[in-house]
Design a protein around this ligand. Structure first.
Ligand code: ADP
Length: 391
């Protein structure tokens, strides 16, 4: 019988989990989330068809251990006749040393302390459930799956900043993120469109965090995110690519502390900042008739199209584009606007297909084929966990 795997993807505002009870290659039997809604934390678990299986509320201050304990107990109670073989976690930053999934042990937990400052919006949240499960269930194998790992195939020139050598030697270089999502997309593309998968593809992971990945024959060769998840595209609340002189100006002329600058760039910029505080959420911005909301969406689109141009150059041409994640999978007007700026690549959009979120949203004669593929980071975490635990 295949091992039963629990995956945990803990972010700043939610803990997502999934249970794979019949091997990592079959759909998850249960998907659930704990998120804050109004003044409460709400646990919801759903079956394969999306029907609710359980709901429960906690007061907002509930401890992390209590939430994790509840998820573990709930999952184990709902396993008909099996027991958990392991827990796989998404860890956003793996630094230089962690380029494949790893079994969690005391040394790895210690190494995480050095990685935490590299992804201030994520890493502490990713690591908290690992520590909690290690405390609550020390015998349960845990596997850490790194979002940076997929990009370790980037050539040195794409990893390097124009900074003094000693900084590069100290690990200050471009890593890239959303690797679990890109790995899933590369695999799905191999199954559904092998001739494109073996060519030059740009995958666009557009969610609250957003990035692009240039893949040659399914391997990352360049990406828009860099040393941290701040770089590249404009995101929900993050600024994306920025002249570093702006940071110097804010500190030297405006007197902002490092902490205040970090708060501004990670939490108060991006779509939220450009829209003048209307929203970080694309749905709200598209629905708004405020000019600043439209300008935020315009900037989001402009920067995607510009970076697609840059990554096409890294790839030496382009055969396919894949849109994925919350905005990429659902926001037809955003996809339409991005493609409208890419006619020079020989892209011929099929608007009706785009409006229906069809799998292929370009006309048959389009020189570059554009696809929409729903991502599934949990499936990749489950696969790595199953493989790393072994039979
Ligand atoms: P996260 O990075 O937190 O996993 P998601 O991948 O869930 O984020 O993406 C969240 C984004 O997707 C939000 O900006 C949300 O507004 C957007 N989104 C989700 N559904 C739609 C939709 N139907 N139309 C437009 N945007 C959508």
């Amino acid at each position: 019988m295949p091992p039963i795997i629990l995956t945990i993807n803990a972010g700043s505002s939610s803990i997502k989990f999934a249970v794979f009870d019949n091997g990592a290659e079959r759909p998850a039997a249960v998907r659930g989330i704990v998120e804050s809604i109004a003044s409460k934390l709400r646990f919801v678990a759903r079956d394969k068809e999306g029907r609710p299986l359980a709901e429960r509320d906690w007061p907002r201050g509930a401890s992390f251990d209590a939430l994790l304990q509840y998820i573990l107990s709930w999952v184990e109670e709902h396993l008909d006749d099996g027991r958990l073989a392991g827990v796989g976690h998404r860890v956003v930053h793996g630094g230089c040393d962690h380029i494949k999934p790893e079994r969690v042990d005391a040394a790895l937990i210690k190494a995480f302390d050095r990685l935490a400052p590299l992804a201030p919006l994520h890493e502490a949240h990713n690591l908290a459930p690992i520590r909690a499960v290690a405390r609550l269930r020390p015998d349960l194998p845990q596997i850490a799956c790194f979002d940076t790992a997929f990009h370790h195939t980037m050539p040195p020139v794409a990893r390097r900043f124009g900074l003094p050598r000693e900084l590069e030697n100290a690990g200050i270089r471009r890593y890239g993120f959303h690797g679990l999502s890109y790995e899933y997309i590369a695999g799905k593309l191999r199954e559904t469109a092998p001739s494109i998968a073996s060519g030059r593809v740009i995958a666009a992971h557009l969610g609250n965090g957003a990035s692009l990945c240039a893949m040659a024959n399914g391997q990352s060769i360049d990406t828009t995110m860099g040393f941290t998840t701040l770089d590249g595209l404009v995101m929900g609340t993050r600024c994306g690519n920025l002249d570093p002189g702006v940071i110097l100006f804010l500190q030297q002329e405006r007197g902002l502390t490092a902490g205040e600058v970090a708060d501004m760039l990670y939490r108060r910029s991006g779509l939220l900042g450009v829209s003048g505080g209307i929203a970080s959420d694309m749905r709200t911005l598209i629905a708004s008739d405020d000019r600043r909301a439209a300008e935020a969406v315009e900037l989001f689109v402009f920067r995607i199209a510009r970076e697609i141009g840059a990554l096409t150059s890294s790839l030496g041409g382009l055969d396919g584009i894949v849109f994925t994640a919350g905005i990429g999978e659902n926001a037809a007007p955003v996809r339409k606007a991005v493609l409208a700026g890419l006619g020079w690549l020989g892209i011929e959009p099929d608007d009706a297909a785009n409006d229906k979120h069809a799998a292929i949203i370009t006309a048959p004669q389009s020189r570059v084929e554009v696809r929409v593929i729903p991502t599934d980071e949990e499936a990749i975490i489950a696969r790595h966990t199953e493989q790393t635990i072994g039979p």
